[in-house]
Design a protein around this ligand. Structure first.
Ligand SMILES: N[C@@H](Cc1ccccc1)C(=O)O
Length: 465
């Protein structure tokens, strides 16, 4: 049985007896690559004999296209001189970067003479055969083609052409059709053809539908969990004053985390309206850390290195108890990037402010958050943070990785609460998000969270019960 396109080629061949793939493609309007495979099928079915030849052809280079538009430099030179002699320097100015090409080809072709710094033309007008050939490469003689090649104006290419000769006449009854039209039925023409079988097992085309990026989906699930626990979400900017990132959190100005290589600094200074707050912070730093606190350090800008800076901003707004607030966002720290470190990553910081809040309750809240994230086993270890006392680190048990550090937490120090005049108790924590994401997505390299491999991104699924 013949397909409709095979039949088209054979009936085209019926009158000509022989032709080639390029002609078939242009006359019938089937792309050349399809024609080549159709011819091969026809050869296998014994309808045609084929002969493969390769043919050289030429295409214009980018420079060739430019010269075809504007002319060759020596042509432009001669025609602009119009039979008059002219100073070399003057020509240099008008021809600019084409000057050397124009002079050397004009000299080589004997079109000019140079004497005492002057160019003397020997002809009044000139159109080079190379220029004419640029518009008609097929007709150009071999010398001109070689010259154009040498001048880099054309490029030689090769293409496969298949010569085809008909050896068996096609019959209409051999054509299998897949499209039955109204006209065929009305005219009875359908009786001449065979019907091609309909392949009910063929796969439909595959379309990829858009979906959320797995890491973003994970972040949203985490936020949903916090909201379901009664927390309010708050977000503040990436560029932060050292005041909120450090000073208000009782982190002294000579703290190692404030060294130049431990956070990214940003040019410029911020401003703090609340002068009372500024002086409160200065007072507690000087009283308890015993050093001279400097305002120009506190106003310096940086990329926040912890989302506890957002908690600091919440505190600075002096909210009334009870409060349950969280933030989930990016933080920035200089580091060498590897399978477990990035220089920007996400933290989830939260704070609960309540009159009778206790350390035990804080541990309970953390347990609940992790439980909802699917981490059923968690243990706490005493730790130190400049802004909390007592402080703990929480470790979660992950099947693949064992005990993994998940967060830092504690009750905010009284020095901090008094500087913002909050007289309740406040518990705060910061959770590293990428590590959690890695465990959920079953990834052992943190960089995969930001992979640009589209197949990988498409296939990744997020599941949190
Ligand atoms: N900000 C701390 C975590 C933390 C937040 C809040 C309270 C205690 C600890 C960190 O980045 O490691």
């Amino acid at each position: 049985m013949l397909s409709e396109n095979e039949a088209k080629i054979l009936f085209f061949l019926k009158d000509l007896k022989r032709t080639n793939s390029i002609e078939i493609s242009t006359k019938i309007g089937i792309p050349e690559s399809s024609v080549l495979s159709l011819i091969e099928l026809l050869r296998e079915k014994g309808y045609v004999k084929t002969e493969i030849i390769s043919e050289k052809y030429y295409v214009l280079t980018e420079e060739g296209r430019k010269r075809k538009e504007s002319g060759l430099p020596e042509d432009i030179l001669i025609n602009s001189l119009n039979g008059q002699e002219k100073d070399l320097n003057e020509i240099k100015n008008t021809l600019d970067e084409d000057f050397n090409i124009a002079i050397s080809w004009a000299k080589r072709k004997g079109l000019i003479e140079i004497k005492e710094g002057k160019v003397i033309p020997k002809v009044k007008t000139y159109t080079s055969p190379e220029y004419l050939a640029l518009s008609n490469l097929e007709k150009a003689d071999i010398n001109t083609i070689n010259l154009l090649k040498k001048r880099g104006l054309i490029e030689e290419k090769e293409r496969k052409i298949v010569n085809v000769e008909l050896v068996k006449e096609p019959k209409e009854s051999e054509i299998g059709i897949s499209n039955l039209t109204r006209e065929m039925i009305v005219s009875g023409e359908w009786k001449k053809y065979k019907f091609r079988k309909y392949n009910v097992e063929a796969f439909p085309p595959y379309y990829t539908i858009s979906k959320k990026h797995y890491f973003r989906e994970f972040l949203e699930k985490v936020k949903d969990i916090m909201i379901s626990l009664g927390f309010k979400e708050i977000n503040t900017g990436y560029i932060e004053m050292e005041f909120y990132n450090f000073d208000l959190l009782f982190q002294p100005q000579d703290h190692p985390a404030r060294e130049i290589h431990d956070s990214f600094s940003v040019e410029g200074l911020g401003n703090i309206e609340d002068k009372e707050l500024l002086s409160n912070v200065k007072e507690i730093h000087e009283k308890f850390w015993k050093y001279e606190w400097k305002q120009d350090i506190t106003l310096r800008l940086m990329l926040r290195s912890q989302t506890t800076a957002t908690t600091a901003r919440v505190l600075a707004s002096r909210p009334k108890a009870p409060q349950k607030v969280f933030t989930l966002g990016k933080v920035f720290r200089p580091d060498a990037i590897d399978a477990t470190h990035l220089i920007e990553f996400h933290q989830l910081d939260g704070v609960i402010i309540d009159d009778n809040f206790t350390f035990r309750e804080l541990l309970g809240v953390l347990k609940e958050i992790f439980y909802r994230l699917g981490i059923k086993e968690i243990k706490f270890k005493p730790a130190y943070f400049p802004f909390t006392e007592p402080s703990v680190e929480a470790y979660g048990y992950l099947e693949k990785l064992g005990w993994v550090e998940m967060c830092g937490a504690g009750l905010l120090r009284p020095e901090i609460l008094s500087s913002v005049r909050i007289d309740s108790i406040a518990g705060a924590w910061g959770i590293g998000i990428e590590r959690l994401a890695m465990s959920f997505l079953n990834i052992s390299d943190i960089r995969l969270l930001y992979s640009n491999n589209i197949e990988y991104i498409r296939d990744m699924k997020v599941k949190i019960e």
